[in-house]
Write a protein that binds this ligand. Structure first.
Ligand code: CDV
Length: 322
């Protein structure tokens, strides 16, 4: 029997620093309504979807950043989103800043059943940027200040989703998409659907050499398409896009199939819903042939992947004597 799932990437346009959750949640509810009209069963919202991308703003005292974090979900402010999910019977992925009861801070994503129960939680592992104010940068990227490295690994769970029956779902967050190791850990758990949200500036703000504008989108798509192909899974990758307080994030949200093909792509830098009908059976071809891991992986040759972090210099070649 064909296992079909209708999914959406719910791209969000910019959220300004001064705008509260009433604004972002209201927009997300409207996207949920549109998703319902199109028969969508899973909606994927971006990374840190409820607020502006606040790691660009420096706070000396981290407690002054508390307003950006969620201590509970749902909360009074996010309740309308959960009500919409229940009303329309739509599961959803939400990126948010998490502050735990013992004061730990993570860049987190939750996958929620339409009932509002959290099915799976993921905390971002690959945190880009820096911890302290960097005077060389034109814009700060303080994820290493505001978040701890995720402590949940890369979990995958098999859960009933929409009308497809059980689906193997996993998540990545933004910068994670550039790391093949992260995708492969999901692939090794037979992931079928990877949900990921991102906030990516249109310019490389590291100020260390030139990177052409158009390559920013290329690198994003290249990573997601390769991840899906090499792990025989679908990917729904959703951007926060547009100009937030003068700082530009690119959109180009995409839905990708296990062949690495783009099935749908956003064309605006605004709130936009793109959808695709997934045939989950498509995952079988890759995982039973070229990416049949059990048959073809050679872990004895992969020691450096987990045994070493930074790159080392190779051995020098020398001509043999005589
Ligand atoms: N939010 C992110 O993780 N952004 C990074 C940027 C800073 C390069 C990304 O990989 O898209």
């Amino acid at each position: 029997m064909t296992r079909r799932l209708t999914v959406a990437a719910a791209q969000l346009g910019p959220i300004q620093k001064a705008e509260g959750r009433d604004v972002s949640v209201g927009r997300m509810v409207r996207l949920m309504e549109r998703a319902h009209q199109r028969g969508v069963e899973v909606v994927v919202f971006p990374e840190l979807a409820l607020t502006t991308f606040f790691p660009r703003w420096y706070e000396e005292d981290i407690a002054a950043a508390d307003d950006w974090y969620e201590t509970a979900l749902p909360s009074n402010q996010t309740a309308p989103l959960f009500e919409a999910a229940r009303k329309y019977n739509i599961a959803f992925h939400l990126g948010y800043a998490e502050k735990t009861p013992d004061g730990r801070r993570f860049n987190t994503a939750g996958f929620f059943h339409p009932s509002g129960e959290m099915v799976l939680k993921y905390r971002k592992v690959h945190l880009p940027g820096h911890k302290d104010y960097d005077p060389v940068r034109t814009v700060q990227h303080l994820e290493k200040r505001y978040f701890e490295v995720g402590d949940l690994g890369f979990p995958v769970v098999r859960a009933p989703v929409g009308g497809a029956g059980p689906v193997n779902v996993g998540m990545l967050i933004c910068n994670d998409r550039r790391w093949p190791e992260a995708w492969r850990v999901l692939g090794l758990q037979s992931v079928e659907l990877v949900m990921l949200g991102y906030n990516t500036p249109s310019l490389n703000q590291d100020n260390r050499g030139f990177e052409a504008h158009h390559l920013r989108v290329l690198h994003s798509h290249l990573s997601i398409q390769a991840g899906c192909y090499q792990n025989a899974c679908f990917g729904v990758a959703t951007a926060k896009a547009g100009v937030e307080d003068g700082h530009e994030l690119f959109g180009h949200s995409i839905i990708v199939n296990p062949q690495g093909e783009i099935m749908a792509q956003a064309t605006s830098w605004d709130d936009e819903l793109i959808t695709a009908d997934l045939d989950l059976g498509m995952c079988e071809l890759g995982r039973s042939t070229i990416f049949n891991f059990a048959a073809h992986r050679r872990v004895e040759a992969y020691g450096r992947i987990t045994g070493q972090t930074g790159a080392e210099a190779p051995q020098d070649w020398a001509p043999s004597a005589g």
